[in-house]
Write a protein that binds this ligand. Sequence first.
Ligand code: GLC
Ligand code: CA
Length: 549
Amino acid sequence: MTIKRTWWKEAVGYQIYPASFMDTNNDGIGDLNGIRSKLDYLKDLGIGFIWITPIYESPNVDNGYDISDYQQILKTFGTMEEFDLLLEEAHNLGIRVIMDLVINHTSNQHPWFIESRSSLKDDYRDYYIWADGTINGPPNDWVSIFGGSAWEYDETTNQYYLHVFAKEQPDLNWENPRVKRELFSMVDWWLDKGIDGFRVDAISHIKKAPLETSSTNDPFESFKNVPGIETHLEELREIFKKRDILTVGEANGVSADQAHQWVGETTGYFNMLFEFDHISLWNKEEHEILDVIHFKKMLTKWQNALADGRGWNALYMENHDIPRSVSSFGSEETVFWQASAKALALTFLLLQGTPFIYQGQEIGMTNMPFASIDDIDAVDTKNFYYEMIHSGVAPTKAMNVIRRTARDNARTPMQWTAEEYAGFSKRKPWMVINPNKQKINVLDELSEPDSVLNFYKQVIHLRNRNDALIYGSYKLYLADHPQLFVYGRRLGEERFVIIINLSKDFASADLPENVQIEEWDLELSNLNDQVIHQHTIFAPYEARVYKHK
Ligand code: GLC
Ligand code: CA
């Protein structure tokens, strides 16, 4: 079987949230030199590329997602020379580097916006979306993803501007060709530097419905994958197409049925998408226990939608916007923590697509027991907390919700060691450190054979060595089993089957004919060797990978 080898299909990605990764100048904030100092660690893990979340000049209202200069490095992170060095050293190790591209909005401190708001006649006025108010106040009833109205009144010109996210993140006007030209030339500038691609932020929001449109079912539907967005995306594609790069779009609102259009091999806008079906990013409610059947269904829907060359998936269980997967979908309880972290690794790393590991996920980091709202930095979480308080929710109850849902759960500093500041910094960091650093840290896990870290390493290397786990087809077994996730991968004669118990209870199953374990070799298991594997009984969070003899 001939395979069209593609680097971004074969490589395993690793997402870095720089402020919380590694601090080298001991100001309590991670930096570019910190990333550089850990490249060997990433290489050893088997990582093929890193995605760095925004490191550009920014007032940091939304931690770098509010950019005030696209072509400068934020001083707390370092300098452009340090970035160039990072890029060079990563490339020397065979690690590619992709950057975050935030082009739905800028910071309100971006010179374009400062100009734009200065007068109705300003040359930059149409760089953003301005409208007159109504008797009810804002131009329409649209609400921001970060809470409250999506419109902010600006006194200077007595008009409102649109912001899908925080009010300090005004949305760019993609209907203005000048805006697109500026953005595209910036994109070219970064690519000329030799970076290897982009994670494209909030890209499904760049097209807005006519302002008269009132939201009906979904409060964000007027700016989520709105018809007409194709035109903008086709233009963006022309810029990307000229290079051999990885592009992954953050695509809230794009369904599996539409995915082919977005990532089809020849006509797609991106190589792959971060879909929102299996993980609900803006879900403010407390999570129930994992609905295994539903979870499998969602993942399988995307696997099938993009199978047979129709496209390619981006695989993830964590990122900087969602709580830690062990806490949401596995278990923090001492008896289950390690097995569940490993079980969750197998729920995504060996599916068809390019896996993205989020920093700390590979050591099984968990949610943070935030003491109070003062420990929280994320703007949306604060808004949401105060909304709850104003509507009469008791503070203790509100904090319980926050603890389970806050994005900051994923933003506590990376736990390198058990030391006071987790080996992340020599002084108190910008964000609280999880007290479980004693138990969960890179240094200890490197030397412990059964650690979550060593399991990740084994799975990544297994994937790196086996084409079937990269290019092979996907098949779901036992779709209706409420505890087990069983899937196969196949490329010609090379076959794997992965069996994962996603529950705290023993599970049993009659495996289908073609998955009779007698014919398979156990390649990997998250229980130690003393355990005799029963063919049809699975311990809590037990996970196994079999290869056909
Ligand atoms: C994306 C980012 C998130 C950010 C938002 C606005 O969803 O992942 O962190 O707050 O866009 O840029
Ligand atoms: Ca620093």
